[in-house]
Ligand binder design. Structure first.
Ligand code: ADE
Length: 226
């Protein structure tokens, strides 16, 4: 999979070298290129923003450098992902969709966001998704893009040593994952649940399903409404 990222802070993505994604890049599962939006500016100050029409606080990112940059980066089959607190909520199912896309382009805005005409314009030629990573406001799309990329790349075939662990984890079946334990059997007076030591695989599966349901009921009852 090919991923391009456009940002005025390309240094944010240096962490990709360290993280799981670095591993994927080395194994050629994913090919990531980071672009500095300021390279698409034409004035001496390399300005990327301006005051909002209609007034109000903050600055809005100008459409011109975005258009120049994205015209160069987008290919026919690219999906344009625009992190925004005003977007649809990111989810495991969207991560699955992203992992099946041939090319993802993340357009990371700062300030009060990118002039909306950029999204409008590319919607006429590409699949464009405005996505929020949660109901809170970040200073820009960079951290959101990193989270979405990590959730996406780990789903690529060949990324996980043991693909079974993808099937069992939180959100894959619409529920939170059951609790996990490892050695020692007793730690600070706390015992591992007896059933996990029983060797009875049916009983273990049933216990895990119950735990998964109970955890979801307590922590995320909204997930059970669907
Ligand atoms: N940019 C600022 N806040 C964001 C959020 N919650 N999700 C995605 N992008 C953002």
């Amino acid at each position: 999979m090919k991923i391009d990222i456009v940002s005025i802070f390309p240094g944010y993505f240096d962490v990709l070298e360290l993280s799981l994604l670095g591993k994927a890049a080395k194994s050629k599962l994913v090919d990531v290129t980071v672009h500095d939006l300021r390279d698409a500016t034409t004035d001496v100050h390399k300005s990327v923003d301006d005051t909002p029409y209609g007034g109000g606080a903050g600055m809005v990112m100008s459409p011109e450098p975005w258009g120049t940059m994205l015209d160069g980066v987008l290919q026919e089959d690219s999906w344009l992902v625009v992190p925004s607190p005003a977007g649809q909520l990111f989810s495991q199912s969207l991560a699955v969709e992203f992992s099946q896309a041939p090319h993802l382009v993340f357009a990371c805005g700062r300030y009060e966001g990118i002039d909306q005409r950029v999204v409008e314009h590319y919607r006429t030629t590409h699949r464009v998704v405005e996505v929020s990573v949660g109901d809170y406001v970040l200073n820009g799309g960079e951290v959101a893009a990193l989270a979405m990329m990590e959730a996406t790349v780990r789903l690529l075939p060949g990324f996980m040593g043991n693909p079974e662990s993808l099937v069992e984890e939180s959100h894959e079946k619409g529920l939170l994952e059951y609790p996990s334990f490892t050695k020692p059997r007793t730690w600070r007076g706390l015992d591992v649940p007896e059933v996990l030591l029983s060797g009875n695989h049916d009983a273990i599966r049933t216990w895990r399903e119950e735990q998964s349901l109970e955890r979801t009921r307590q922590v995320r009852p909204d997930l059970l409404e669907d």
